[in-house]
Design a protein around this ligand. Structure first.
Ligand code: PGA
Length: 265
């Protein structure tokens, strides 16, 4: 069975105190949790501090971005090897905010994917369509094009031990989360698309949903769907209690996890 994965993407938020206190409290609150993996993605400048505070083996560190180069004259950038060096496990790439504000193309994101795989880090590849593309019925086309950029350059094996986050752009930060049944259809499409290349990899890959998941009820509805393996939480990941309640939603959707649920109540 695929492991559940919840990542909290802090985006451009936080400071030294928030990072320290949040991670410390999260580790205490979730001290015995084992039914899912959790990762926190603070801004790059706080990653090392966050690492010092993590005291729970199921909580790990995610970066929000990486450069395509490993070293050299690339002012202002952070390399995959540097992230690995300080204990980062996951790296979010292709987030729509980077695609929009930094003009990152599918091919550029594919290069980031490659450099992460080569450095032994886990890419969290964000894909998803705009409102207009959604209304024009182009969701599958957009998602498959974004995946193709990696398939064409690195093949299906690159998706082994990788994560895909389906994030319809119109639902990010808008409070308008997508319909879980519709999201399930897209996730199923993504899995089947990869299945054409390799069934085992397609069955194992974690596909997260992201976009305005900001309470336990919504999270539960997503976790009820068979192909939704996790959530990439944005705004709500900065509120400790809300973030914990989203994690708790996993346990409420699986009877076998009820005993663990008591631990985090
Ligand atoms: P949101 O962001 O939860 O604030 O909508 C999700 C994301 O950008 O990953």
């Amino acid at each position: 069975m695929r492991h559940r994965l919840i990542i909290g993407n802090w985006k451009l938020n936080g400071n030294k105190n928030i990072t320290k206190n949040f991670i410390k409290s999260l580790c205490t609150e979730l001290s015995n949790i084992s039914f899912c993996d959790i990762a926190i993605a603070p801004p790059a400048v706080y990653l090392y501090l966050a690492k010092q505070e993590i005291s729970n083996i199921n909580i790990s560190l995610s970066a929000q971005n990486v450069d395509i180069n490993l070293c050299g004259a690339f002012t202002g950038e952070t390399s995959a090897d540097m992230l690995k060096d300080i204990g980062v496990k996951y790296v979010i790439i292709g987030h729509s905010e980077r695609r929009t504000y930094h003009k990152e193309t599918n091919d550029f994101v594919a290069k980031k994917f490659q450099v992460l795989k080569q450095s032994g880090l886990i890419p969290v590849l964000c894909i998803g369509e705009t409102q207009e593309e959604n209304e024009a019925g182009k969701t599958e086309e957009v998602c498959s094009n974004q995946i193709d950029a990696i398939l064409k350059t690195q093949g299906i094996l690159a998706f082994q031990k990788s994560v895909i986050a389906y994030e319809p752009i119109w639902s990010i930060g808008t409070g308008k989360s997508a319909n879980p049944i519709q999201v399930q259809k897209v996730h199923n499409f993504i899995r089947n698309y990869l299945k054409k290349q390799d069934t085992t990899i397609a069955e194992q890959i974690i596909i997260q949903y992201g976009g305005s998941v900001n309470d336990e009820k919504k999270a539960t509805e997503f976790f009820m769907q068979p192909d939704i393996d996790g959530i990439l939480v944005g705004g709500a990941s900065l509120k400790l209690n809300v973030f914990i309640s989203i994690i708790r939603a996993i346990a409420t959707t699986n009877k076998n996890l009820k005993s663990e649920l008591n631990i985090i109540k």
